[in-house]
Design a protein around this ligand. Structure first.
Ligand code: QAP
Ligand code: CO
Length: 165
């Protein structure tokens, strides 16, 4: 059990691109477990390794009501299955207290490795589709605030700075 520190916007390290995992070994399994502890404590539904200052392509999620459906995605890739986007009110553990609507593809296929290093595929719609895209953005150094107007983004940045001061 270990809780990791979550970087908050506009921390510059949130902008780094994460590298692919070359081997799902003990170290990665430990990272996954620590990320689940961190996400549960913070009451999140998704967390990317980039948010805990580890620049490797690892994501944990649990979008279930009971918080008992843990999902792990290592080196995830998505393919848009159907054109068409849905707006969804997104939040982020790295942007605490702020929620804004973002448009994203509504129907995607996810390909990734699981906690045992086995490849799997999962078709995703709704919150699952939105959340995996949000988390993959983190691995690329992108945040949901990047999709907002510069005015909204700047307002969020200033408020967070003030809150932390
Ligand atoms: C990403 O975000 C997401 O501001 C995961 O005070 C969220 O887990 C994708 C959280 C919504 C799609 C839709 C945010 C917790 C959790 C906060 C999260 C907060 C406490 C965010
Ligand atoms: Co996020």
């Amino acid at each position: 059990m270990a809780r990791l520190n979550i970087l908050e916007y506009p921390h510059p390290r949130l902008r780094l691109k994460a590298a692919p995992v070359t081997q799902v070994d003990e170290r990665i399994v430990q990272l996954v477990d620590d990320m689940f502890d961190t996400m549960a404590e913070a009451q999140g539904i998704g967390l990317a390794a980039s948010q805990v200052d580890v620049q490797e392509r690892v994501i944990v999620m649990d979008i279930s009501e009971q918080r008992n459906e843990p999902r792990v995605y290592i080196n995830p890739e998505i393919e848009v299955i159907e054109p068409g986007t849905i707006p969804y009110e997104e939040g982020c553990l790295s942007v605490p207290g702020f929620y804004e609507a973002v448009d994203r593809p509504a129907h995607v296929m996810i390909r990734a490795l699981d906690r045992d290093g086995n490849a799997f595929e999962e078709e995703a719609t709704g919150l699952l589709a939105v959340c995996i895209q949000h988390e993959i953005d983190h691995l690329e150094g992108r945040l949901f605030v990047d999709y907002l107007s510069p005015l909204k983004r700047d307002r969020i940045r200033k408020k967070l700075k003030k809150q932390r001061a």
